[in-house]
Design a protein around this ligand. Structure first.
Ligand code: CS2
Ligand code: MG
Length: 402
């Protein structure tokens, strides 16, 4: 069996997705998510212009060798574009391997370690009462875990709060929209939010919150200590994580669990964080961290250091990524939780898949491979539309982190 075709499909059923489709001489096909929100065409070009030509004629069964060939062969290693492109190839090859073996991919990863993949939904609102009503909807749907995000009085917009409650799409404009940020106002609201959630829903529900890279380590330390009584399941991305040492400062002041890593693209982005147990959950994903092959290495390193998985699962990661993530989630020994921002009906129609939600869990497809396909005819109806993530400025106009 040889790879005979590798093509990139860019489609925008409500938001942009990039998908790699690999076809073999036996007619078996595999797909991989290559979506990088706000920089989609960079990955599409990296694949079309620099990777796909190298795949033709290769043995699709040689997943590890292809991974090493693309990683080492690039010379310029790592980075979100390169690792998202490699991830798409890797994911597509695992899809093919599962189809050829006649097994769902998780069976090739050691089989089930659990009955289902615990997921969390996103409750958000401009005000705390609005958030509480959204939490109630997720509890009614059977979720065991909910992320809570609310508006900050005096700020027009903030991360995680959107008009559409079920489908959060941050890439909201053809040029980056500009939001204003105030750490002081934010730090006043979050403890009130947690107190209200615990007061109404008690302590059996897992409650998560995403700080989205906006604090300094000492600010995050203070917030973690302040929230301790409300037992957050995790505080996510408390600070930008280029400085892995910075998390030592947070750890000195609070036992509130920390999750980080959705923007990471290789094991080296988190090696110190994991080795020194500076975090409790690693959020790296199949689509941005080099695919199933590399993400499994990250998860295995995490397992050695008491760190659990908590993969990113936002709307801008396609159902192809979610399908692949669930095969890892159901198999790894140190699974923590899986983010599950639902996709729109239009997206689900373009990417028919076999995973399903029941009783607070997502269940991977039992079909051979990943259990997801792309309807190319339907995909062609949704041409690419430029869309950028917002940027954040402080009240004085200084650039901050969105
Ligand atoms: C967020 C994402 O889901 C999350 O935890 O951090 O919504 C993130 O903002 C987007 O994936 C960026 O494209
Ligand atoms: Mg996040």
């Amino acid at each position: 069996m040889r790879i005979t075709d590798a093509k990139v499909i860019v489609t925008s059923p409500g938001r942009n997705f990039v998908t790699l489709k690999i076809t073999t001489s036996d007619g078996v096909t595999g797909i991989g998510d290559a979506t990088l929100n706000g920089r989609e065409l960079a990955v599409a070009s990296y694949l079309r212009d620099h990777v796909c030509p190298l795949l033709i004629g290769r043995d699709p069964a040689r997943i590890e060798d292809t991974w090493q060939y693309l990683y080492r062969g690039a010379y310029w290693r790592r980075g979100p574009v390169t690792m998202t492109a490699i991830a798409a190839v890797d994911t597509a090859l695992w899809d093919i391997k599962g189809k050829v073996a006649g097994l769902p991919v998780y069976q090739l990863l050691g089989g089930r370690s659990r009955d289902g993949v615990t997921v969390y939904g996103h409750a958000n609102g401009e005000t705390i009462p609005e958030v509480l009503d959204e939490v109630a909807k997720y509890v009614d749907l059977g979720y065991r875990a909910v992320r809570v995000q609310c508006g900050v009085p005096g700020l027009d917009a903030t991360y995680g709060v959107s008009g559409d409650k079920m489908f959060y799409e941050p890439a909201d404009a053809r040029l980056p929209s500009e939001a204003t940020w105030s750490t002081e106002r934010y730090l006043r609201v979050v403890p009130e939010l947690f107190a209200a959630v615990r007061d109404r829903f008690g302590y059996d529900l897992h409650v998560l919150h995403d700080i989205h890279h906006r604090l300094t380590p000492i600010e995050a330390a203070g917030l973690g200590a302040r929230l301790q009584e409300y037992r957050p399941f995790w505080l996510e991305d408390p600070v930008p994580a280029e400085l892995q040492d910075g998390f030592r400062l947070i750890r000195q002041h609070t036992t509130t669990p920390i999750a980080v890593g959705e923007v990471f693209n290789s094991i080296w982005d988190c090696e110190q964080l994991i080795r020194e147990q500076l975090i409790d959950y690693i959020r790296a994903t199949v689509v941005h961290a080099g695919g199933i092959t590399h993400l499994r290495r990250i998860f295995d390193l995490a397992a050695l250091h008491h760190v659990r998985t908590g993969s990113h699962g936002a709307t801008d990661l396609s159902p192809v990524c979610m399908s692949a993530a669930l095969h890892l989630d159901i198999a790894v020994p140190n699974f923590g939780i899986q983010e599950y921002m639902r996709h729109t009906e239009a997206t689900d129609e373009v990417f028919p898949h076999g995973y399903h939600f029941a009783d607070g869990y997502l269940h991977p497809s039992e079909e051979p491979g990943l259990g997801v396909e792309i309807d190319e005819r339907l995909a062609a109806r949704y041409p690419y539309e430029p869309a950028y993530l917002p940027v954040n400025r402080l009240m004085d106009g200084s650039m901050h982190n969105w």
